[in-house]
Write a new protein. Structure first.
Length: 462
């Protein structure tokens, strides 16, 4: 294990990833020389460059740390970079210190009071909410988030005081969260996912059980009511449940919509906090905020600080992200890429905008996920009024025969459905009159967001 305090240079392969860019920012702030490679330019890489962190997009070994610098250099890698990639091969051949992003995050958290948020859905929102609540209080924290905070415009938060709390998103992909040994942890959901890694649901549940047993003795596991934690039982820690729909240790009750915001009361072991106001839309975000409020209370944030902070929370980019509001169309962008996430988002839109026609654009993410959950995707997309299904974003995978957008469309009952490609947008929408437009997916569908906003603005004015 590399001592991150003794290195002077940090090179990141895949620096434009949401988790990698947060580490780049952290080490840059710590005074290290930081630079990296990514496959394509993106708003994130442009931001890094503007902050003084060089990024290149072509394999070039002359831009890498050079022989003789091995002891003072940390190379951080991501599974998204293939093993045969030229720069990675060169760095291995020259015996540089290579660490996965999860290993580095684990190393940084070892001397901190780590609060780790895990789960197959909702962890980015809960992480960002928790970090916001702590930093809006006297407690404060450092936070590595899996999304860009709308309040701060970044995925890295640094404390306003000498806080020793580190909030981290604990990703189950590639078993990354098993690098963390938190003092407190959250499990939001344990639905089957990443079966290319885990093979079956039992192995996924076993990984979450292992994660729970890594919580420090005397620590806390906060779990969503309904998550089966029987295999994750650890007698050395305390357990608390949370919910917005069922009786729980931390429960949001009396949920209502007024003045364009959710209002609710929080019942907790110490009493009740009345009339909390959340302006961030989506019923699932009331439940996500319930988890964040519980963590904040468990770490000493006062009720008065919470009542002041929650109304100021602006959300996370690509999580129920309202990008455009016009007289004819409201456009919402969401990262949802699992059937349960799609269902939650679409039902929340129905609740928020009853009677409106919803047109959804969905980009499936990964061939294996599409194969494993095609029935679930079809059922969730059938909740729309109109569906446009893009071709699969492959990420790290090779095609699987018979697995494509048509597999989902063939299982759907919805009358208005269409197969499409990225290049079809935004012109394809000339044939639609969406009242609510949704983009859904975790691939490169985010590249469509700004063109769609421009298209809707122009259409509004025509």
């Amino acid at each position: 294990m590399v001592d991150t305090n003794k290195i002077g240079w940090v090179y990141l392969l895949g620096i434009g990833g949401i988790g990698m860019s947060a580490l780049a920012r952290y080490f840059h702030f710590a005074g290290k020389k930081v630079w990296g490679y990514d496959k394509t330019p993106s708003p994130l890489t442009e931001e890094l460059i503007a902050e003084g962190i060089p990024v290149h997009y072509e394999a070039d070994v002359t831009l890498l740390p050079q022989p003789g610098q091995q002891e003072e250099t940390l190379v951080i890698i991501t599974p998204a970079v293939p093993a045969e990639f030229e720069e990675l091969v060169w760095l291995k051949d020259h015996h540089f210190n290579l660490m996965k992003r999860s290993e580095v995050l684990g190393a940084l958290s070892r001397d901190k009071r780590c609060l780790a948020i895990a789960g197959t859905h909702g962890k980015t929102s809960v992480t960002t909410m928790t970090a916001f609540l702590l930093n809006a209080s006297h407690v404060a924290c450092i936070a590595f988030m899996g999304g860009l905070s709308r309040n701060y415009g970044t995925n890295l938060l640094l404390p306003s005081n000498d806080s020793n709390i580190l909030v981290a998103e604990a990703d189950e992909f590639d078993r990354s969260f098993l690098r963390l040994f938190p003092e407190m942890a959250v499990i939001t959901w344990m639905d089957p996912d990443h079966l290319d890694i885990y093979e079956n649901e039992g192995n996924l549940v076993e990984a979450f059980a292992t994660f729970t047993h890594q919580i420090a003795s005397g620590g806390v596991l906060l779990f969503r009511k309904g998550v089966d934690i029987q295999r994750a039982w650890n007698p050395s820690i305390r357990y608390f449940s949370y919910s917005a729909t069922s009786e729980a240790d931390y429960q949001s009750v009396n949920i209502r919509v007024a003045d364009g915001a959710y209002h609710f009361d929080l019942r907790h072991p110490g009493g009740v906090i009345h009339d909390i106001r959340l302006q961030y839309p989506g019923l699932m975000n009331v439940e996500n905020m319930t988890a964040a409020l519980a963590l904040a209370l468990l770490n000493g944030v006062t009720e008065e600080e919470l009542l002041r902070a929650v109304p100021e929370f602006k959300g996370v980019e690509r999580r129920f992200d309202i990008r455009y509001k016009g007289a004819r169309t409201i456009y919402i962008d969401d990262y949802g890429h699992h059937p349960r996430e799609l269902e939650a988002t679409i039902r929340s839109v129905r609740h928020l905008y009853p009677g409106k026609k919803i047109t959804g654009i969905f980009q499936p993410h990964l061939f294996t996920r599409t194969r494993d959950f095609a029935d679930g995707f079809a059922a969730s997309l059938d909740l729309l009024d109109e569906a446009l299904v893009m071709e699969i974003y492959p990420a790290r995978e090779r095609p699987i025969p018979g697995v494509d957008a048509g597999l989902i469309l063939g299982k759907m009952q919805l009358g208005s459905k269409k197969r499409c490609n990225a290049q079809d947008f935004p012109a394809i929408l000339d044939g639609y009159q969406p009242e609510i437009l949704l983009t859904l997916g975790a691939g490169d569908i985010d590249r469509l967001v700004n063109p769609l906003v421009d298209y809707l603005k122009k259409r509004e004015n025509d």
